[in-house]
Ligand binder design. Structure first.
Ligand code: AMP
Ligand code: MG
Length: 500
């Protein structure tokens, strides 16, 4: 049977299955056509389910059994269409490492906007689904290792209670993908509150016109910030809301030692979710200069620079909104500057709260922040592990070596304990705060690599156990202890790669 008739038959079959759970309402296609391109399906040879996120599937209202069926797998591999799907690739631009460029979904397509049983709206997108009009020289495909890496790290972020896009499934395609070596192809199904990026605004502002920029802004307000809709100054309010979300997000990244790796404006979501897991990683030893990405040779996106870079990116977003903020450009700049000037203080204050709660302090004062910085400086000096130092303090289970036996640490600990007693909080309250602020596990690089290398040989048990440990990092269970251990040889030169 020809592919065409085969697909028609499949669509007919899906129509017959009434309980797929898909409940699409595709609003993005109501934007002007320049914002997207219709995507052609590019069926793959032999799609197989590698992993399905049952919990996410349930919360989206999808029928998990259907997703596991041949038809479900065909939908998640882009072999067949779901009726009522959107099937578009989105256009966007962005500043990559400081330079402006036209981008777009070069290897992704939005299959639809799912309305969940609790009436929330989520984009369901295939990543690695083939070439699109935005593919430039790329093949539109993705590789098994990096897609599983995105699955693991995004789900770990969710467990850490950090806003993030999520991963519904990974399908192996049965096709080769040609990179430096021949790799197994895969497609990730990504779930996001939306895929509107700072770069979507840059595209509208610099490649389209005022009316289309206004349409995108109104759409974004309606979708993510409906409480602004009737405001007189809703466009500056939009910027203010994004500033708040990003100030909260970056502080959370810092507090768990997460380094995004490519904080280009196209990788910044307007709704404050972590998006585009490329060369990201978590640091083991505390060192603010940490960079993992192989292409970030100047450390632009190093751990210590993330707040400043998000600030820079917010300036790029604000520039796009100027014509909407005020018709007098100077006035618009003044208004936007006023909003932007609040970001660094807000992010820093959020960070102080996040970090001080890691040492049991509820309302940080300047002296508490000094105390925290003293600890961080010592951790850097003695090359202590970031996550495990806070766990040791939480459970008062201090290793008898390194920083912990130094005189400076012993003095610091005395000061810290005195500070805690001045807080008017019980020991239990302090312990609970620390337990809920310090994850027992993070996706350590050696564990992620170990899971991916087993998965490459089609052993998925290592990854499944890792995911189990990461699903609730604040549980502090026995099972998680194994995953808190450091690599036997320190991974000083761990390198990550993007676009793979
Ligand atoms: P990323 O580094 O994943 O944020 O991607 C940057 C840009 O490159 C985006 O426009 C992607 O869609 C595009 N891109 C990445 N990998 C591929 C690929 N294999 N084929 C086509 N486009 C790609
Ligand atoms: Mg990207």
């Amino acid at each position: 049977m020809s592919n065409y008739f085969y697909n028609l038959l499949k669509i007919f079959m899906i129509n017959k299955i009434s309980n797929t759970g898909f409940n699409f309402d595709n609003s993005y296609i109501e934007l002007p056509p320049e914002f997207y391109s219709p995507a052609n399906l590019q069926p793959v040879k032999s799609p197989q389910l590698v992993i399905l996120n049952n919990e996410l599937s349930n919360s989206l209202g999808l029928n998990t059994d259907f997703l596991k069926s041949q038809e479900g797998i065909y939908i998640m591999s882009g072999n067949i269409k779901i009726p009522d799907g959107a099937y578009i690739s989105q256009a966007y631009a962005g500043h990559q490492f400081g330079g402006f460029t036209m981008l777009g979904d070069g290897r992704a397509l939005l299959i639809g906007e799912q309305i969940t049983p609790s009436n929330q709206r989520f984009d369901i997108q295939l990543k690695g689904s083939g070439r699109t009009p935005y593919s430039r020289n790329g093949d539109g495909r993705a590789v098994l290792g990096p897609m599983l890496r995105e699955y693991i790290i995004s789900e770990a972020m969710h467990g850490l209670k950090i806003p993030t896009t999520r991963s519904l499934s990974v399908i192996s395609t049965g096709e080769n993908v040609y990179r430096e070596t021949i790799q197994q192809g895969a497609i990730l199904t990504r779930v996001a509150s939306s895929h509107i990026r700072f770069g979507t605004f840059e595209y509208a502002a610099y490649m389209l016109d005022y009316e289309k920029l206004k349409k995108l802004s109104d759409y974004t307000i309606k979708r993510h910030f409906p409480f602004l809709e009737n405001n007189e100054n809703k466009y500056i309010n939009l910027l203010d809301e994004v500033i708040k979300l990003q100030a909260s997000l970056v502080a959370k990244w810092q507090s768990v030692g997460f380094i995004h790796g490519v904080l280009n404006t196209d990788n910044m979501s307007i709704c404050g979710e972590t998006i585009d897991y490329g060369p990201c990683a978590f640091m083991d030893v505390y060192n603010p200069d940490t960079v993992f990405s192989s292409i970030d040779t100047n450390g632009r996106y190093a751990y210590k620079n993330q707040i400043a870079i998000v600030n820079w990116n917010l300036y790029r977003l604000a520039e796009t909104l100027l014509p909407l903020i005020n018709s007098d450009e100077n006035k618009a700049i003044e208004i936007a500057q006023n909003s932007l000037s609040k970001f660094i203080n807000l992010a820093t204050s959020n960070l102080s709260h996040e970090m001080c709660s890691k040492i049991g302090i509820f309302e940080p004062k300047t002296s508490d922040i000094d105390l925290l910085n003293e600890l961080l400086n010592m951790m850097q000096k003695y090359k202590e592990d970031y996550t495990n130092t806070f766990i040791a303090l939480t459970f008062n289970d201090l290793p008898q070596k390194g920083m912990f036996i130094s005189e400076e640490f012993i003095n610091w600990k005395k000061k810290w304990e005195e500070t805690l007693t001045l807080q008017n909080k019980s020991k239990d309250e302090v312990f609970d705060l620390m337990k809920n602020s310090n994850p027992a596990v993070i996706p350590r690089n050696h564990r992620v690599e170990e899971a991916l290398s087993a998965a490459n040989n089609r052993d998925f048990s290592v990854m499944n156990n890792l995911l189990k440990a990461l699903s609730n990092p604040f549980e502090h269970s026995e099972f998680q202890k194994e995953y808190a251990k450091l690599p036997s040889t320190p991974q000083c030169n761990y390198r990550t790669y993007c676009g793979t």
